[in-house]
Design a protein around this ligand. Sequence first.
Ligand SMILES: [Zn+2]
Length: 317
Amino acid sequence: MSKDHDFGSLPRQAYSGSLLERAAAFRGDDAKLAVLLRHERAGVYVVGGESIVLKQGAASDPLFSPDEARALGAVRETVFLGLLHDAPRFGFGIDAAAIEALKARADLKLIDLRTIAVQGAVATTHVPPLAEAKAILGWHARHRFCPNCGAGTVLVQAGWRRDCPVCKAEHFPRTDPVVIMLPIKGDRCVLGRSPRFPATMWSCLAGFCEPGESIEEAVRREVAEEVGLACAQVKYFASQPWPFPSSLMIGCHAQAVSDEIVIDKSEIEDARWFDRAELKSMLLRQHPQELSTPPPIAIAHHIIRDFVEHGSGVLVG
Ligand SMILES: [Zn+2]
């Protein structure tokens, strides 16, 4: 990634790059899971809603022993996340009310997962399994009733499925695909601004893939809807889990074949063309108007940076 040393050794994007072996074969083995929960090196990530619980010390530590984690509050769901060099890792979901009670404790810190990534609040090896825990526990919190018949569902398969005891439907955790893309024409590309962004930040366009749509079709539709540009070739770049609540960001570069931007104000606040020199100054935080791109934790940063480094070559190969 550090082809152009002007960018320095920026951190990689957050949430991907997990070192955990998911060990899915154990999910149906309750006896094995019970043994893993009693393992002397078993570690638990504790999640309640948007909050991650950390031990507050010289360094913030997100790992609790199973007994420590149970003492924090009633555990609603237990999910087996996988093995880290044979040490089992679990996610415990606890109630929002229990989370509220923990806020007063000086030995704990409650923090959201975006802030963890932006601040580097925990060792980077914890960030992907925290994303896994937050995404799957958030799914459980939102799927306690069968969408087929309305009956209460039960957690099975170590937290990787919920079954309906009435209509027998099996419900699997969902991940929502989102395309995030940079339309390119020659040496220029289009960035947009959401009203939710900080005042000086510009980023890639993005939107959910719709049912019955390929990634390429979603990219072309979203670019057409948001900025009125037609795109031809779409080239996949990389992807990033985005557990807010359960998205997968699919990063692409797209070949724009028209020039005139027509902004859909219901989706974005502004959009315009940027050339590579201006983008570079934004990445390096040297822009004269202090315009900026998203930070390196976000895949948008890397999609933009790849274009700055390689120009329209990103569409080749
Ligand atoms: Zn049902």
